[in-house]
Design a protein around this ligand. Structure first.
Ligand code: HEM
Length: 220
């Protein structure tokens, strides 16, 4: 009798917790979506008010590149944050942040192809082959495409276990993105930001490695 009422009360608490977390997500998701549009809104505003600086193409390329990296880092932060806080709903924001990383890299790449290279395929091809920082940036971009294409619920269902395997590419993408940034800034002797982002990415990947080792150890 006591245990049945305990069970009922536990189930009620679980339902209440889920409802509270659901409520929390209802406003957090649109808020995160609106905040994620800030980099684009800022660029548009600067464009219309003539505040893109002396070299607007460079400004747009650098801004979209940096925001791509920021969204990659945010996407990689979601899983550790969920594990530390126990708030499973955080995972539902992960796809959105990942897609924003893809959105900003598309803008980044489009700026390069259109405003920097004027749609010249020979020049673009040569650049990708000859400049290592462009080579790794391009590789990161190509790797992001299958992740964006398979981000829908239908694709998650269709690919099953292979979906998780494929999405491990995000780790390689993060490393390539840091290399791209590092290589670009190394030529300018300005490594502070790449070092900061490199440390963040190493920490985020390091936490996962630790958990993986712990899981393997526990399984034995
Ligand atoms: C996931 C993919 C990518 C990420 C995360 C990324 C990130 C970045 C970052 C952080 C910067 C420097 C921003 C700053 O100076 O503050 C940058 C610059 C740049 N990126 Fe990317 N990028 C990516 C892909 C690409 C691709 C595919 C291309 C072209 C094929 C490209 C071309 C460039 C160029 C031309 C610059 C500016 C160089 C300069 O101003 O001297 N990036 N990128």
């Amino acid at each position: 009798m006591v245990s049945a009422s305990n069970q009922r009360s536990r189930a009620a608490t679980a339902r209440a917790t889920t409802a509270t977390q659901g409520d929390w997500l209802r406003w957090a998701k649109p808020l995160a979506f609106a905040a994620s549009l800030y980099p684009l809104a800022r660029l548009v505003l600067f464009g219309f008010t003539g505040n893109l600086g002396a070299n607007p193409i460079e400004f747009i390329t650098r801004s979209t590149g940096l925001w791509t990296l920021v969204f990659l880092c945010i996407t990689l932060t979601v899983s550790p944050a969920r594990r530390l806080t126990g708030v499973n709903e955080l995972l539902r924001l992960r796809r959105m942040f990942g897609l924003f990383a893809f959105f900003y890299v598309m803008l980044h790449f489009a700026t390069y192809v259109w405003l920097d290279q004027w749609f010249d395929p020979m020049s673009i091809g040569k650049d990708i082959v000859k400049r290592p920082f462009i080579t790794v940036g391009f590789a990161a971009f190509v790797c992001l495409i299958p992740l964006a294409v398979t981000s829908t619920r239908a694709m998650v269902r269709r690919l099953g276990r292979n979906w998780a395997r494929l999405h491990k590419l995000i780790y390689l993408i993060a490393v390539l993105a840091i290399l791209h940034f590092w290589w670009m800034k190394a030529g300018k002797n300005d490594l502070l930001l790449p070092q900061i982002y490199g440390t963040i990415v190493i920490a985020l990947l390091g936490v996962r490695l630790l958990w993986w080792v712990k899981r393997r150890y526990a399984a034995r």
